[in-house]
Design a protein around this ligand. Structure first.
Ligand SMILES: Nc1ncnc2c1ncn2[C@@H]1O[C@H](COP(=O)(O)OP(=O)(O)O)[C@@H](O)[C@H]1O
Ligand SMILES: [Mg+2]
Length: 275
């Protein structure tokens, strides 16, 4: 589970995470957990909401409502609240809240149940799926369970003084509860020279660097070109490289092994039927 959080001024957290999901080399859940209301379904996938191919009422809120009597997260409960992203079928969207007011209906227990379900999620073929989580702008409503359970928390930052200063105070607070090796930076709309400066100023490892690419970014933030993947764009190329590297960091198996047919089950070897 990788969770991204942003500071003031929209550095590009949502765009970066959506591009990372599109470039992910294996099945992946893209969970829109911004308590102020989600941007993924209405942004990147907006065309599909208009078409009715994606429903904005299936996702975080429907999961919280359906599991409200459960005491802890049950991994089996999430599948009905995940929708395939039409431009990238390996991406399972957990659509976000439609209005800021809806966060109260999820609440801390709802975020906790979602965290457990995301961590344990498996595809219909029984393979583990990774989860990329957007918690929006850091603040009093930040859903902490999704930060505390993450293998990696990314702070999104642009290489400008204003963003770097905002990130610095956020890193101090996050660092009180998250170990340094699980806290990294996603530098958005950057160059390698600018990224080096951000790294020096914040004293943190850079987990992701995204180039400045307004056109590629507009696909993921605003659904330009009906959300069709900008395959040759600098943004998606960088996202693919970062996704492969991150996937390799957290898994001992390769994406190709994941796609290999599952080994025969005992039931299939002895003739299937129920006994
Ligand atoms: N790498 C990038 N290059 C150019 N523009 C970008 C890049 N990443 C994001 N943007 C733009 O920045 C704006 C804010 O992005 P968004 O992802 O919504 O920010 P956040 O989620 O941090 O609030 C959008 O208009 C988006 O297209
Ligand atoms: Mg956002």
């Amino acid at each position: 589970m990788i969770t991204i959080v942003s500071g003031k001024g929209s550095p590009g957290a949502t765009t970066t995470l959506a591009a990372l999901a599109a470039g992910w080399p294996a099945p992946v859940l893209l969970a829109d957990c911004d308590p102020a209301g989600g941007d993924l379904a209405t942004g990147w996938l907006g065309q599909w909401i208009v078409d009715g191919a994606i429903r904005s009422d299936i996702g975080v809120l429907s999961h919280a409502t359906a599991t409200r009597h459960a005491t802890s997260g049950d991994p089996g409960t999430l599948a009905e609240h995940v929708q395939a992203a039409p431009p990238a079928r390996h991406v399972g969207l957990v659509a976000g809240l439609n209005t800021p007011g809806q966060h109260a209906a999820v609440g801390s227990p709802g975020w906790t149940r979602l965290t457990v379900a995301l961590a344990a999620f498996e595809t219909a073929q029984g393979f583990p799926a990774d989860a990329l989580v957007d918690v929006g702008r850091y603040g009093p409503l930040t859903p902490w369970p999704l930060l505390l359970a993450a293998d990696l928390v990314l702070v999104a930052v642009r290489p400008t003084q204003r963003h770097v200063l905002a990130a610095r105070s956020m890193l101090t607070e996050l660092g009180e509860r998250i170990a340094p090796d699980r806290l990294g930076l996603a530098v958005c709309a950057s160059t390698s020279a600018a990224t080096r400066e951000v790294r020096a100023a914040l004293g943190r490892e850079i987990a992701i660097e995204m180039p400045t690419d307004a056109r590629g970014a507009a696909v993921f933030s605003d659904g330009l070109d009906a959300g069709a993947l900008p395959r040759r764009s600098p943004l998606l190329r960088s996202a693919r490289r970062a996704a492969r590297r991150l996937h390799g960091t957290y898994h001992t198996y390769t994406p190709a092994e994941l796609r290999a047919p599952a080994p025969p089950t005992l039931a299939s070897l002895i003739g299937g039927g129920s006994r």
